[in-house]
Design a binder for this molecule. Structure first.
Ligand code: SF4
Length: 433
């Protein structure tokens, strides 16, 4: 039985208790939210991974996507990226490899980390089709399901699958005059090309029950992919994106009823004034299924700093109720991320998720502790509390301070030094010394 099936029966599983212990809600609250589909716990019976919950009332989780391309397929580098992602606080990892020996790379990546690993099985299926049948459009339908089964057997914990694209979505794309920025999802583009070339319905939509049955066997979370997400600010929240969202929300409900843990994926490129509306729609239409936001990137004109544009989008998304965010690295739109890009991406996304949680979950204790440590010029404690202690240490150590307590930012004009001792009594009375 899957986590959701057991929760529906009233069972508090080991995983449910673990999530409760780590995050604060009672085991019964976590159980009831798993049962209603508001929380998912990505796992796989075939691979022991760290237990995390994603969804209502829990800390916003961060995913780091790595993986080879057809141009750069270096297994050792992918393993290094995976380890860096985990070390800097990614909650999950997605291996999106499309180049080299994809199955072997995935296996090695899964062996290198303890966090849940996700995939987009469509990528491997299309890569095999290109190799074996000469082109992605020649992919036999059955290959899609075979790849899913194999990846489930190997221990993948969640899969992004583009079930929400169908003939109706493509028709809508035509009617609205295609898109200013085109389609930017690899899976979405390949699948659309396959459907148009073969004049067929999307097998992942048409045989959705089969997709669910495969994932259910190993209790793998089905993340309904956003194949028609906007890849340009100009296209955000257009009819075709909302069409796919509606279908994904319907499928989330169907999959949940069938006993599969479900998530829905969101944009994409989006201006900040449309983020809240997207989250309200997803939550309302899916029965509050966990919302997995890809970034979102909030301007198109900052290449090299898209980890920042996405962090702005991710913090707002999290504040408005998104549950899971996918990091973006500085190399987005420019090239395959290197290990240092992964590190930068994870740290930035973790900051964004926390900023959102300060609003969504009122998670502000650590910030309060930090302000006290700053007021008291307690540098050791500041580094302990910081989400970013490595860089904080580096910057402080680069400056020649005359004393341990001293700070070169304002020097003699240090506001904390000037008032030291003047308000001791008041602080004691306030209970915050
Ligand atoms: S010197 Fe300025 S920046 Fe540094 S601790 Fe004092 S007030 Fe803060």
């Amino acid at each position: 039985m899957t986590q959701i099936e057991r929760a529906v029966k009233g069972e508090v599983t080991e995983e449910t208790s673990r999530v409760a212990r780590d995050e604060g809600p009672t085991p019964e609250v976590v159980r009831s939210r798993v049962a209603s589909g508001q929380i998912v716990i990505p796992s796989n019976k075939n691979r022991e991974a760290k237990v995390i919950g994603i969804g209502k009332g829990l800390r916003t989780k961060v995913n780091a996507s790595i993986g080879t391309s057809t141009e750069i397929a270096d297994t050792a580098m992918e393993i290094e990226k995976a380890k860096i992602a985990e070390a800097y606080g990614a909650d999950t990892l997605m291996d999106l490899s499309v180049g080299g020996d994809i199955a072997r790379i995935r296996k090695e990546v899964m062996n290198a980390v303890t966090i849940p690993v996700g995939t987009v099985p469509l990528y491997e299926a299309f890569a095999i089709a290109i190799e074996k049948y000469g082109a992605a459009i020649n992919m036999p339908e059955e290959l899609l399901f075979d790849v899913m089964e194999r990846q489930c057997d190997e221990g993948v914990s969640f899969m992004a699958i583009h079930c929400g694209i169908n003939r109706m979505t493509i028709e809508r794309l035509r009617k609205q005059g295609y898109r200013y920025g085109g389609l930017v999802s690899k899976g979405g583009s390949y699948l659309t090309a396959w459907m148009l070339h073969n004049d067929r319905e999307n097998p992942l939509y048409e045989r959705f029950d089969r997709v669910v049955e495969i994932l259910k066997k190993h209790d793998v979370v089905l993340s309904l992919g956003n194949g028609f997400r906007a890849g340009a600010i100009h296209d955000s929240t257009d009819r075709v994106q909302i069409q796919e969202l509606i279908i994904n929300c319907e499928l989330a409900e169907t999959g949940r009823r069938m006993g599969c843990q479900m998530m829905v994926e969101g944009p994409g490129h989006i201006p900040i004034d449309e983020i809240e509306a997207n989250i309200i729609l997803e939550k309302r239409m899916s029965g509050e299924a966990p919302f997995y936001m890809l970034g979102p990137i909030t301007t198109d004109i900052a290449p090299g700093y898209d980890h920042v544009t996405a962090a702005i989008g991710a913090s707002l998304s999290s504040a408005y109720g998104a549950d899971f965010i996918c990091y973006v690295t500085p190399s987005e739109h420019l090239g395959l991320p290197y290990p240092e890009d992964v590190k930068e991406g994870v740290i930035t996304a973790r900051i964004a998720a926390h900023i959102g949680d300060m609003v969504k979950n009122k998670d502000r204790d650590r910030d309060r502790e930090m302000s006290k440590a700053r007021r008291d010029l307690n540098w050791k404690q500041q580094f302990e509390i910081a989400l970013t202690s490595e860089r904080a240490h580096y910057i402080r150590n680069k400056r020649q301070s005359p004393s341990e307590e001293h700070c070169t930012m304002c020097g003699e004009f240090c506001a904390s030094q000037i008032l030291k001792g003047f308000f001791d009594k008041e602080m004691q009375d306030y209970g915050k010394k």
